[in-house]
Design a protein around this ligand. Structure first.
Ligand code: NDP
Length: 254
């Protein structure tokens, strides 16, 4: 059934070497998409590309720091060259975590987080627009956070970068609807990825897991399946949505 297939589609997933992005690359590839991905660490990227080739997934990629405007332009040029100007799916996943009390945040903290997490996603969507328009269909998915729904201590700037993402989801969805480009956003709660493991907040994670109504933290694959659904023709009437993938966490603390 073509409504549940991504055969013949081209997808760009930023930050595909680890965590949620890695799981999304694999999920889209399993549904038949040709996937292009990027990360900053070249050795890790090449290792992932090798593993995907071994699994017979159609995945290519190149190094890109999405916080750089010039590197974003270069990335989209690469995608356009590799796929003959075609692009159907953009997953704005690459992002960094950040925690600090608001009173201590510096101008550099603000610009680093906003540039990496928000401006990159907005600009890549702008760069993808002409390619998707040429394909006469498109699906853009942002990876936001439930930090935009409930407040996590020390997460003011991080959550603001994601709140801005939630907002452009709605605006781009409306502006680009007549081009048959759908724009949606996933807001996950805490997912077991290297980002979270590297925070070194074991006590917080134990407490957080027990606060989730489903009683545990999430897995990257549980976000990836929702991202894939949003890109499928089966989701053809879904646009402008912010979907919590959170085990019920946004409903409160249990
Ligand atoms: P990880 O740190 O585990 O993986 C991030 C991936 O993105 C890596 O492949 C990393 O590779 C890449 N990346 C990071 N910065 C850049 C950059 N500047 N340019 C290009 N690639 C980059 O993160 P997660 O999988 O946990 O998070 C993915 C997204 O999900 C983020 O946007 C995060 O904010 C969001 N999220 C995560 C949650 C969680 O609990 N894990 C909860 C809610 C949202 P490299 O470092 O080599 O560049």
């Amino acid at each position: 059934d073509g409504r549940w297939s991504l055969n013949g589609t081209i997808a760009l997933v930023t930050g595909g070497t680890k965590g949620i992005g890695h799981a999304i690359v694999e999920e889209l590839a399993k549904f038949g998409a040709s996937v292009y991905t990027c990360s900053r660490n070249e050795a890790e990227l090449n290792e992932c590309l090798k593993q995907w080739a071994d699994k017979k997934f159609n995945v290519t990629g190149s190094v890109c720091d999405v916080s750089s405007r010039i590197e974003r332009q270069k990335l989209m040029e690469n995608v356009s060259t590799v796929f003959g100007g075609k692009l159907d799916i953009l997953i704005n996943n690459a992002g960094i975590g950040f925690g600090k009390p608001a009173a201590e945040c510096t101008a550099e903290d603000y610009s680093h987080i906003m540039t990496t997490n928000f401006e990159s996603a907005l600009h890549l969507s702008q760069l993808a627009y002409p390619l998707m328009k040429a394909s006469s269909s498109g699906s853009i998915v942002f990876i936001s956070s439930i930090g935009t729904v409930i407040v996590y201590e020390g997460a003011s700037i991080y959550s603001a970068s994601k709140g801005a993402m939630n907002q452009i989801t709605k605006n781009l969805a409306c502006e680009w609807a007549r081009d048959n480009i759908r724009v949606n956003c996933i807001a996950p709660s805490v997912i077991k990825t290297p980002l979270v493991a590297n925070l070194g907040l074991d006590e917080f994670l134990m407490k957080e897991a027990s606060s989730v109504p489903l009683g545990r933290l999430g897995e990257p694959e549980e976000v990836a399946s929702v991202a894939a659904f949003l890109c499928l023709p089966a989701a053809s009437y879904v646009t402008g949505q912010i979907i919590c993938v959170d085990g019920g966490r946004a409903q409160g603390s249990f």
